[in-house]
Write a protein that binds this ligand. Structure first.
Ligand code: HEM
Length: 518
């Protein structure tokens, strides 16, 4: 297609017209060039700075926009009994959202067919400010204490010498990390490669709280269920797609939105009273566990629809910044030891990756709330919020103007905490039971796929790592352990001599399993 002369004219960033965008200014047609070539130097030096660091994890992703529509209820009950968060209250109320789906380990241009957890991050632009729900598609995680996050990620990222993702490194770490067993059973099953982003579930994974008007709190877990259904790829399907396309999942989502086939998810929430739940055989703040759905049924609270693609990948997908600390009134943190670590990490990395004023960017602004702060200056500050009547007062308190504190939404609802400062794992680790239950819930073909995937990779590891992995799987479920062992040429008797790992505390049931291994 050719265009006429009514197109807008090219200018420099300073607004001067560009008369010649093909030739530098030189002494004579053959050069040399001169240094006062303002347009040329600006053009090249801006280009030299086009890249920012990619996300340290979740670098490959895609963003779309849409809305969240509330049902006004949690299941059949008015939602106000459980939370006062405004976005959930009125049936039919819509809140703008931006959603970023991602893979975790690969770089920005890596294959979307990777066996990898998928990120499912939702930014709700509510009238009370932004709320980010930053989850994944598998419902659990590899570790339960944030201090281990750099280690688990290093083991999964490419080897620092060969730059290849090495099963030997992954399972070296996992074999020493029994709490990862549940996640591994999910990741190496067909669920580990969702067909595309439209066909996967999402989960908040970490435990949060809800707060109602009476300042009563509950523990909650979030689930996103795709109306499109759940579909996955086998390793062979994934390899075939990857041969022709590294970005099939982004394309699938963008194409669906372009043709008006808007993907939709329902948000369901599990609630639990806000206490330690000594009666359970797991800790409700442990993100390596799911909450049994029979006891804590997920109940619908609203639906999410994606109906608009981004118009610029860099501004809207690279610079969008989510964080677990980004909550609104009626929602709160729990003491989940991963959640506190995550809450520090996200805004810390974004100040480095995007810049200290990343929240001034349009995609990150709390666009449906009034934003008035006394934060000032810093690199790339382009706008002064909250100056009000008296721009001299950029501090608080003041009797001459400026901003005042908002009225308190209620008394503090945090738990009363006493205890010794310590470094200890939580008491109810129970690392294997839910992993075994998950295996038993799988169809035969899913079990076969899981065992095949595990054997393929663990066979590339050193024998002691193989033995320890078989030991973990035997502790989770006999059939799983025996089948993985069979694939590796390792029997239960071969691993019966292994002691629990240092610091590992077994349940009575696990001790009994251990005694039966020989
Ligand atoms: C992205 C840290 C656990 C889901 C990130 C980023 C960091 C990070 C630094 C990059 C953010 C950016 O550059 O904007 C951590 C730490 C964790 C942790 C320290 C544990 C202590 C988890 C868990 C989940 C999760 C358990 C799932 C529930 C995500 C998602 C993104 C992300 C979805 C991508 C957000 C986006 O699309 O921009 N994480 N993470 N992370 N993380 Fe985590």
């Amino acid at each position: 297609m050719t265009t006429g002369d009514d197109r807008p004219m090219l200018t420099t960033r300073q607004g001067q017209p560009v008369y010649d965008n093909q030739n530098q200014r030189t002494v004579g047609a053959r050069g040399p060039a001169t240094l006062e070539n303002y347009h040329f130097l600006e053009k090249i030096s801006h280009f030299d700075r086009e890249r920012i660091p990619e996300r340290v994890v979740h670098a490959r992703g895609t963003t779309s926009y849409g809305y969240f529509e509330a049902y006004g209820k949690l299941g059949d009950e008015p939602i106000s009994r459980f939370t006062r968060a405004k976005l959930f209250q009125e049936p039919g109320k819509r809140t703008d959202v931006a959603v970023r789906f991602s893979t975790v380990i690969g770089g920005r241009d890596s294959a979307e067919t990777a066996r990898d957890p998928r990120g499912f991050a939702v930014k709700f632009y509510t009238e009370d400010g932004n709320w980010d729900l930053v989850g994944n598609n598998l419902g659990v995680f590899f570790i339960r204490d944030a201090i281990k996050f750099p280690d688990v990620i290093h083991s999964l990222k490419p080897d620092p010498v060969t730059f290849r993702q090495e099963p030997a490194r992954i399972f070296d770490f996992m074999s020493q990390t029994p709490e990862s067993t549940h996640m591994l059973v999910n990741l190496f099953s067909p669920r580990g490669i969702p067909a595309t982003y439209r066909f996967m579930q999402g989960f908040g994974v970490n435990t949060y709280k809800w707060v109602n008007d009476r300042n009563e709190t509950l523990l909650v877990k979030y689930h996103w269920m795709p109306k499109q259904g759940v579909r996955s790829l086998t390793a062979q399907d994934a390899a075939a797609i990857q041969a022709g396309d590294l970005g099939h999942a982004t394309k699938d989502l963008m194409d669906a939105i372009d043709r008006g086939d808007y993907p939709e998810w329902e948000l369901l929430v599990q609630v639990m009273s806000d206490d330690e739940h000594e009666e359970l055989d797991f800790d409700p703040l442990d993100d390596t566990k799911v909450w049994p759905e029979n006891d804590f049924p997920p109940r619908p609270v609203g639906r999410l629809v994606l109906d608009r693609n981004v118009s610029n990948i860099f501004a809207e997908n690279e610079q969008i910044s989510f964080g677990t600390g980004v909550l609104v009134d009626g929602l709160d943190f729990s003491d989940d030891k991963m959640l506190v670590g995550r809450t520090f990490s996200y805004s810390d990395t974004q100040r480095y990756r995007v810049g200290p004023n990343y929240l001034q960017l349009p995609v990150n602004q709390a666009k449906n709330a009034d934003v008035r702060t006394n934060q000032r200056d810093g690199m790339m500050a382009y706008h002064v919020d909250g100056a009000g009547e008296n721009p001299h007062v950029n501090y608080e308190p003041s009797i001459t103007g400026g901003l005042r504190e908002a009225p308190s939404p209620g008394q503090e609802v945090g738990p009363v905490i006493t205890g010794r400062l310590t470094r200890r794992r939580i008491p109810r680790t129970n690392d294997y039971k839910q992993a075994g239950q998950r295996y038993l819930l799988m169809h035969q073909w899913e079990r076969d796929d899981l065992v095949h995937n595990l054997v393929t990779l663990i066979s590339q590891c050193a024998r002691p790592v193989q033995e320890r992995m078989v030991w973990h799987f035997l502790m989770a479920e006999d059939e799983l352990g025996l089948r993985v062992g069979q694939g590796l040429g390792i029997t239960a008797a071969d691993v019966a001599h292994l002691e629990p790992l240092p610091g590992q505390v077994l349940t009575d049931e696990e001790r009994q399993r251990l005694s039966q291994l020989g």
